[in-house]
Design a protein around this ligand. Sequence first.
Ligand SMILES: Cc1cc2nc3c(=O)[nH]c(=O)nc-3n(C[C@H](O)[C@H](O)[C@H](O)COP(=O)(O)OP(=O)(O)OC[C@H]3O[C@@H](n4cnc5c(N)ncnc54)[C@H](O)[C@@H]3O)c2cc1C
Length: 422
Amino acid sequence: MTLNRRIFMGTGAAAMASLSAPSVLADGHGRPRVVLIGGGAGGATAARYLAKDSKGELDVTLVEPSRTYFTCFFSNLYLGGFRDIDDLGHNYGTLAAKYGINVVHDWAVGVDRDSKMVTLAGGSKLPYDKLILSPGIDFVDGAVEGWSVSSQNAMPHAYKGGSQTELLKAQVMAMPEGGTFAMVAPPNPFRCPPGPYERVSMVAHALKSSNPTAKIIVADPKEKFSKMSLFQEGWANHYAGMVDWIGSDFGGGNVSVDPNAMTVTIDGEETKVDVCNVIPAMKAGRIAELAGVTEGNWAPVNAADMSTKADADVYVLGDASQQGDMPKSGFSANSQAKVCANAVRGALTGSKVFPAKFSNTCWSLIGTDDGVKVGATYEATAEKISKVDGFISSTGEDSATRKATFEESEGWYAGITADMFG
Ligand SMILES: Cc1cc2nc3c(=O)[nH]c(=O)nc-3n(C[C@H](O)[C@H](O)[C@H](O)COP(=O)(O)OP(=O)(O)OC[C@H]3O[C@@H](n4cnc5c(N)ncnc54)[C@H](O)[C@@H]3O)c2cc1C
């Protein structure tokens, strides 16, 4: 017999068993189906935990266009010369072979929430009982005057992993002696709050040896940024006179670019530059919008299980979600994925669901062995994911502490990539 919601709810015995038995099963198939869109920090982790912990009780399908996922985390270290690009690439072989996940390399192009069906670019359709979206970010059209995605080769964002990061590094290495690197920093909220400033540090580190008279200018629409005093101290210590950060008080938010002329105009003053890294304002990956679960730029979710406010059977993880106090980071997406996987498995198989607890740490490298960090723990409240307590590195720390912090980040990278890809 196929168990469906009507039979399940209609029998006394089944109703009595509702605390431990499946509460959601679509008609006409065997194992409950979970489809995940996006094989990054959120999606790959959730797929792995669902498959691993359900021990074959769930049919888990992961949709991801790329065969190799290049992490954005540690991509700044590649810019600084501390990592090779190959160190950042990970594939889905173990998720398929060891965990039995159906890995489908394609784009999801549509979600029909009424019929619970995902459509792929190749034309296939994937039915689901529960759908988990972790598509990362896209850019807000027109966010930086003069820039659009079609300008990304002339002025890379390098805010999605892989080829954009390689392009930016090639451009930095090809800068003329004494040339200018410009960055247009994004407004809040955005992926990886310390990311642009770690990038400034790592570009400065690379230029310090290859091109020591080069200059870096940063146009920033914000008055302050993550770990600001730590970065500013580090820039003064390692790269004195090289970095000119122009915050909103000095017109850093009033910016336009011309990718053909390679100019940046900050508060009316035009500068010819050699490299321009434009990091525009961000929004949830487009498939979340197509699924109809976004409000404004992001997808509001319930903190207890990451289900969307729009649909209890559709979940959004990571950068695309609007969840409360957690920063948009790989660590956060990984943490949210485990909470979500536990809740989805519970809903589909009746397994025990644990109270949601989350944590995050964002490490940044400022110079050789000069690592800093900021982090916090969080809990689910009725309104949002709420910060419980936090910590941050101090200015003036000794070099042994900074080295230990960097080494901690290396351990974290090995740990999270194993947690995502097996
Ligand atoms: C320079 C930089 C440095 C960073 N450093 C750190 C760090 O040190 N620590 C840290 O924790 N975080 C860091 N981050 C942030 C981190 O990379 C992101 O927060 C994290 O990757 C978010 O995970 P996600 O699952 O939301 O998205 P992603 O990891 O981006 O995964 C999204 C996936 O979805 C896929 N996708 C999108 N649309 C579709 C579709 N329609 N169909 C199928 N698949 C789709 C994409 O191909 C992608 O693989 C950094 C980011 C940057 C840019």
